[in-house]
Design a protein around this ligand. Structure first.
Ligand code: FES
Length: 586
């Protein structure tokens, strides 16, 4: 009986004997993020009355392609809304405002929340680090299990624990392989650098999905959740990201091809809005309208589709844009006040940031303003030519004003892609983004406690270039189990969760500002031993477990992305991008 219908993007509908649950439905015809993002392919042919007739709606996080206020407003009064419990109040408060009188319930991590009286349940699996308020949902309906990963970058151990909790079997695992990041597409990179970073990001995303599937072997694995398309004139140029030769986002069809190449014994499929799969039998029904769409269309066919789509939504998008007026003459004053408040929230974050961020604010009442973020010395001033900022954000005043007025969160603005970014050096600063997106003392304190309270007593040994290194088993960034979720190469360990790379000799993170890996060279040690892939997450290996030089095949670039399938082949462009200069997930 249990059936999953795909709603487009990350939306799923689960029909069970006694209930109907929607997870992360995004249906608004106005798109999301200041009208910039739209569902791709379009899902506005779905029968709205039928889709919205739900007992439960689970919303994983506050990104507007998952949390759709337009949907919540149209739900029946009986629908109850489930959200993960996060350390800060921002998501809870936003969703309560959008839900009106409907009940909103926070689901505790890993706790089974009953959905009926027949043994069905749901739980939330948040990312380990509270820096990211993202969570997967594990749903068991009439005895069948769905792991809906959303945008959460689960560790391999979390995915294995989810399978264990679901009774040792995952019937369907839906994985985000597309990404939704403003890096690299909002960055002012020259074309060749943009192509190199884009390829690295796509490969990193696929490798992260591959490791979760390899660890859990679900009955069916489904890449989903993007990419979006861009219909408004200001951002329509970004549709280059959809190209699978040199774009920034992997589409589900390309993802399935790549994953099948790398895990040939695993069942994969991709689905479009309205497609459905019966979990008891695996029978698939295809939506006749969506069947006319293909991610693999020629550029001309894709352009024609997007032009029709843009024409259909032109008035709706214009209505969204018209609701954001130009800011008044007090913009700089409110900007200053905003950053003074942010600067008062966490000295720990300011220590990690320690940089000057320049805002080039265009349009009426804009200007060039420097924000210096350091402990005890947050200052905002007109930009001076003798100051060299480490970060530059160019944004129209009307978009910046959405954040200053509290109408949008910083992350919404960044993801709208209605801005451009530059940084020097070109190194990701997790804490700058963290301060902006959380903007709340309790949420920032939770990150500080997580990062300063790490237990590094469980150690593993890795071997690279003839040397052995004693390192913590869990990644200092966000806890990935490095004994199963990393690749060692050329003196570096690359964590597959978010693609941070650490130099084994120094422990320093080489591609982001992040805590160092507590690495110690070891003169002599026993030959490394691979941990068993079947080790249950609930019974971690002993503290003296030795680990591995992980298989080079994990670094493979498929022929379809312009690279060979072996790292031993002569260095190609794609491979070099992946191995030598990985791009962390941002
Ligand atoms: S857990 Fe994020 S890079 Fe390792």
């Amino acid at each position: 009986m249990p059936k999953v219908t795909f709603l487009g993007h990350a939306g799923l509908a689960v029909r069970a004997t006694a209930f109907r649950l929607l997870a992360d439905p995004w249906l608004a015809p106005t798109g999301a993020f200041l009208g910039a993002w739209h569902q791709y392919p379009r899902n506005d042919h779905l029968d709205l009355a039928e889709v919205l007739d739900a007992d439960w709606v689970a919303v994983s996080h506050e990104h507007l392609d998952h949390f759709d206020p337009w949907v919540l407003e149209r739900l029946p009064a009986r629908t109850r809304i489930l959200i993960p419990a996060y350390p800060g109040p921002a998501f809870r408060e936003r969703i309560r405002r959008a839900a009106g009188a409907r009940q909103v319930i926070e689901v505790s991590p890993w706790k089974k929340f009953p959905l009926d009286n027949r043994g069905s349940w749901i739980t939330a699996i948040p990312e380990l680090s509270p820096m990211c308020h993202d969570a997967a949902f594990l749903i068991v309906a009439d005895g069948r299990s769905v792991l809906h990963c959303n945008d959460a970058r689960l560790t391999a151990a979390q995915a294995r624990r989810a399978k264990h909790l679901a009774g040792g079997r995952l019937d369907l695992m839906a994985l985000q392989t597309s990404g939704a990041s403003w890096h690299p597409i909002c960055y002012e990179y020259p074309p060749e650098e943009m192509a190199r970073v884009s390829l690295a990001k796509r490969i990193a995303k696929l490798r992260a999905a591959q490791r979760l599937v390899r660890q859990t072997a679900p009955e069916l694995a489904v890449p989903f959740a993007g990419p979006p398309c861009f219909l408004d004139e200001e951002v329509a140029g970004l549709n280059w990201v959809l190209d699978q030769e040199d774009g920034a986002f992997c589409d589900p069809e390309a993802s399935v091809r790549w994953l099948r190449e790398h895990l040939p014994n695993q069942a994969f499929d991709h689905f479009q809005p309205g497609d459905a799969v019966e979990l008891d039998t695996g029978a698939v029904t295809r939506d006749p309208v969506s069947a006319a769409f293909s991610y693999a269309w020629s550029p001309a066919d894709r352009t024609a589709y997007l032009e029709r789509y843009a024409a259909d939504r032109k008035e709706l998008v214009a209505g969204v844009l018209a609701s954001y007026p130009e800011p008044g003459p007090d913009l700089f004053e409110r900007f200053t006040e905003h950053f003074r408040r942010l600067g008062s929230l966490s000295d720990y974050f300011l220590e990690q940031i320690a940089m000057t961020v320049r805002f080039e604010v265009t349009g009426p009442n804009g200007g060039s303003w420097d924000v210096d973020l350091r402990p005890g010395a947050v200052s905002v001033a007109e930009a001076r030519p003798d100051v060299r900022p480490q970060y530059r954000i160019t944004v129209a005043g009307r978009w910046l004003d959405t954040v200053l007025t509290g109408r949008l969160a910083w992350e919404d603005l960044l993801i709208s892609f209605r801005l451009s970014l530059y940084r020097d050096p070109d190194v990701y600063n997790d804490h700058l983004v963290g301060l902006l997106k959380h903007a709340n003392a309790a949420a920032l304190r939770a990150v500080e406690e997580y990062e300063t309270g790490r237990d590094e007593s469980e150690r593993i040994i890795v071997h690279s270039a003839g040397r052995n290194f004693d390192i913590p088993r869990y990644c200092p960034h966000a806890g990935e189990d490095l004994s199963i979720g990393a690749v060692v190469r050329d003196g570096q360990i690359h964590c597959l969760a978010h693609n941070f790379a650490f130099d084994l000799a120094t422990g320093q993170c080489v591609n982001a500002r992040a805590a160092a890996l507590g690495s110690r060279p070891v003169d002599a040690c026993a030959a490394p031993v691979a941990p068993s892939a079947s080790t249950p997450a609930s019974t971690p290996a002993s503290a003296d477990v030795s680990a591995v030089e992980l298989p080079a095949t994990a670094m493979d670039v498929p022929a379809s992305f312009g690279g060979p399938t072996s790292v031993d082949a002569p260095a190609p462009v794609g491979l070099a991008a992946t191995v030598e200069s990985p791009a962390p997930v941002e």
